[in-house]
Design a protein around this ligand. Structure first.
Ligand SMILES: C[S@@+](CC[C@H](N)C(=O)[O-])C[C@H]1O[C@@H](n2cnc3c(N)ncnc32)[C@H](O)[C@@H]1O
Length: 442
């Protein structure tokens, strides 16, 4: 007997589908997938060639597999098909590219429906923000929700926008059918993210991209054109941050490093807040990070978006000079153990300052983390606060690449020893920006 149907919108990527189902079959407790049905729609992207391979993968995990191979891709039509065909009171909606990072008990999640009689969906947490509407990320849905929506989504529009019930000037089935999900959704667990997006990395490397239309019209990936910009660059340009393609062109390099960890939960530090353009960019790109920021300016500039970031704890500003350990250490007041996965130095651009901050902050970088120093070419002026003049930072790192030894006149022997022990890799781009990766210590 089938105890629960799973529903999947998929693309013809058997490896990713396999990773998804493997992680769920390993980590979902209290349910045997062999007693579950699967309704899976496989769109012909990247091509229609591997679709049957996807079904073979699905059959390794599920007791019954029902599939649909449409002639052309349409994300919304896929949802209409899977939800129109699913049969059980509760379904597990699982798109094809998610990894479940820890064990979760399905009977435990189902208890919520007993507790809250109007509950539509229990969503496993993929993002830290508060869930106000039913997402399409992995979740258990009640039939009162998915059946009401099934077959009624308008195929011209993005299903996620329609389900979100926001007013995009289009009809909202969830709302117009009287099943607005607002207040009727639980995100589990309360704060921690327990899902990893497995598809974004693939997308970035593939020949596909989001079409250049507003989000509400997104129903399928399209082949990238020569003017295609990566997501971080689009955000930089939107927020008028000079790291984007209009100015320094750093974001396309950043994007290569950051795309795989885009949805991870971590702390990031940027030295140099200025008007907050990059702070807005980073916090939009990394939905689950807390951004620490230091600068010598009085406080966070007056700006609505920055205010929300501060109020929600996603932006923590400290007034501190990057040439003062005393001031920078304010970030660690009250015995807080803060470690960063990413540190970006976009502040004074003086060699002494860059190296001094690097010496102090590198130990606060997590193993495997990245320390980035921007604008190595920008200003050759020296900071006379220091008794000695440092070599230009670009030369310091070029020398490191040649000799394997990091030397700086403004750092003390203990710091140099630590840095030399912990640097894993140094990448320099156009003599302008350096990425220093810290070793994974066992
Ligand atoms: C290029 S702006 C930062 C731009 C910002 N990261 C962005 O992309 O939107 C440089 C900032 O570094 C700050 N700055 C200059 N010297 C500094 C120092 N010694 N310590 C900390 N911040 C400093 C300046 O006040 C200025 O706001």
């Amino acid at each position: 007997m089938i105890i629960m149907d799973f529903t999947t919108t998929a693309m013809a990527r058997p490896d990713i589908v396999d990773q998804t189902y493997a992680s769920f079959s390993e980590n979902l407790d209290g349910i045997d997938l062999k007693q579950c049905g699967l309704f899976i729609n496989v769109d012909p992207i990247p091509s229609d060639v591997d679709r049957m391979e996807v079904i073979k993968v699905a059959k390794k995990y599920f007791g019954e597999v029902h599939y649909n191979f449409p002639n052309r891709p349409n994300y919304t039509r896929a949802y209409n098909w899977i939800w129109s065909n699913a049969r059980t009171k509760y379904i597990f909606n699982l798109e094809d590219d998610w990894g479940l990072l820890e064990e979760v008990s399905v009977p435990y999640l189902l208890e919520y429906f007993g507790e809250y009689p109007d509950l539509m969906e229990v969503a496993l947490r993929a993002y830290t923000y508060s869930y106000k509407a039913c997402p399409t990320s992995p979740s258990i849905m009640h039939e009162r929700y998915y059946k009401a929506v099934a077959g009624k989504l308008d195929e011209k529009f993005n299903p996620e926008c329609q389900l979100r019930g926001k007013n995009f000037g289009i009809e909202m089935p969830a709302r117009s059918l009287g099943v607005s999900p607002k207040g009727k959704i639980i995100a589990y667990p309360d704060k921690r993210v327990i899902l990893k997006d497995l598809g974004r990395n693939w997308l970035e490397r593939s020949k596909f991209a989001k079409p250049n239309v507003s989000k509400k019209y997104f129903t399928s990936w399209v082949v990238k054109d020569k003017d295609h910009l990566d997501e971080l660059t689009v955000l930089a340009n939107k927020f008028e941050c000079d790291k984007g393609s209009i100015n320094r062109n750093y974001t396309k390099i950043y994007n290569n490093y950051f795309y795989p960890i885009r949805n991870d939960q971590f702390n990031m530090l940027e030295i140099g807040l200025y008007k907050g353009a990059s702070a807005k960019m980073w916090t939009t790109y990394f939905q689950n990070t807390i951004l620490y920021s230091i600068d010598i300016i009085k406080g966070v500039p007056k700006d609505k978006r920055l205010k929300v970031l501060v109020n929600t704890g996603r932006l923590k500003y400290f007034r501190a000079d990057q040439t003062s350990v005393n001031e920078m250490s304010k970030m660690f007041d009250g015995d807080k153990v803060v470690r960063f996965k990413i540190i970006v130095d976009d502040a004074s651009h003086m060699a002494e300052d860059q190296q001094y901050s690097f010496g102090y902050l590198f130990p606060f970088l997590l193993d495997g983390g990245l320390y980035i120093i921007e604008d190595l070419h920008y200003r050759r002026k020296h900071n006379n606060k220091f008794k000695v003049r440092a070599d230009n930072t670009i030369d310091v790192f070029k020398r490191y690449k040649q000799t394997g030894n990091f030397e700086s006149k403004v750092l003390i022997p203990d710091q140099l020893e630590y840095i030399n022990m912990c640097i894993d890799k140094v990448d320099i781009y156009d003599d302008k920006i350096v990425f220093i990766r810290k070793k994974e210590m066992k």
